[in-house]
Design a protein around this ligand. Structure first.
Ligand code: AVJ
Length: 320
């Protein structure tokens, strides 16, 4: 507890990390160019994602919220009150804030890679909920879930809503879930939201909306890369592509070159043919049974689940 920063915020993630640049550079130079979806979330990317959540086509956020509204007392009874709520990919912290009045956590630890965005959100929340101890963590939990020592070990509840787990391929998802299982101890748990497989038309519309907000969110990655890598991507050279891949059970997002382009950055350069793509995100969709099996393999044998009438989205509380 002594190590708890007085400012209530700790940045563990180094933006100018060489490892990060190497990772990006390698991804861009791979035969199939690819970048991790975490790079979609600079400050503007986080705002564009907030806008996506308001779109009529983007059903996950409001479907999940409706499940929480309908089953809140059951969910809280299952998850237990008064613990340590660790919010992974907290963003604007709005989903956790809606739980506070009933879940009444003793500690709230929001974690996000988008440090500046998180800092603003936590400052606002601290005013509204002065009784909850809050410490924001700017860190890349996809690399390591090692939490600082001041985070209490008893009664840890990991909160991973919004189907962010879908960004990981099943085997990577398994290792992240296993890391949560280890970090939550035998008296903790996991409250997680998972998007379910559904009609391709619904999925395609959700990731390629009429207003083009998702396109902007995807294209904004290039601006972020220009800043991170000193790259010279021209956003106008690229177009958004998103589609359901049934063989892989995932929606894929790509950026496709509109014409032949040459891109240069610190540590590399590459030619992209017209039509060549950078793979920017996967969003895996699960069945209830498939996800429960994954939880079991991760060491969470017991889980309660809640869904909506259309069975579009699943909320799980998994216990050790
Ligand atoms: C935040 C990863 C859950 O996969 O649906 C939304 C991100 N990408 N539209 C998702 C996203 C395009 C979102 N997650």
């Amino acid at each position: 507890i002594a190590e708890r920063p007085t400012a209530g915020f700790l940045q563990l993630y180094q933006k100018d990390d060489d490892a990060l640049r190497t990772e990006l550079s390698e991804g861009l130079l791979a035969p199939q160019a690819a970048t991790s979806p975490k790079f979609l979330y600079d400050a503007l990317g986080s705002k564009l994602f907030e806008a996506i959540c308001e779109l009529p086509e983007y059903y996950p956020t409001r479907t999940e919220a409706a499940i929480f509204d309908t089953h809140l007392s059951d969910i809280v009874e299952s998850a237990g009150q008064g613990g340590v709520l660790i919010d992974l990919g907290a963003g604007n912290c709005a989903k956790a804030a809606r739980l506070f009045p009933v879940l009444r956590p003793r500690d709230y630890v929001p974690v996000d890679i988008s440090v500046d965005f998180l800092r603003g959100a936590v400052e606002g929340l601290r005013q509204r909920f002065p009784r909850i101890r809050m410490t924001g963590l700017g860190m890349d939990f996809s690399r390591s879930l090692a939490l600082p020592a001041f985070v209490p070990e008893d009664g840890r509840l990991f909160f991973y809503p919004g189907s962010s787990i879908g960004n990981f391929a099943p085997e990577q998802a398994l290792s992240l879930l296993t890391a949560m299982r280890t970090a939550c101890g035998d008296d903790g748990g996991l409250l997680i939201g998972v998007d379910l497989a559904k009609d391709a038309r619904l999925l395609n519309a959700a990731y390629d909306d009429a207003l083009g907000v998702t396109a902007s969110f995807n294209l904004n990655l290039l601006r972020h890369l220009n800043g991170l890598l000193g790259a010279d991507f021209d956003v106008r050279d690229w177009r958004h592509r998103a589609f359901w891949n049934p063989a892989q059970g995932r929606v894929e997002m790509h950026l496709e070159a509109r014409r032949h382009v040459v891109v240069r950055w610190q540590g590399g350069q590459r030619h992209f043919r017209e039509g060549e793509r950078i793979h920017t995100e996967n969003s895996y969709k699960y069945t209830r049974q498939g996800f429960l099996q994954l939880l079991e393999r991760a060491g969470f044998p017991a889980a309660r689940t809640w869904t909506d009438e259309r069975e579009w989205f699943l909320v799980c509380h998994a216990r050790a």
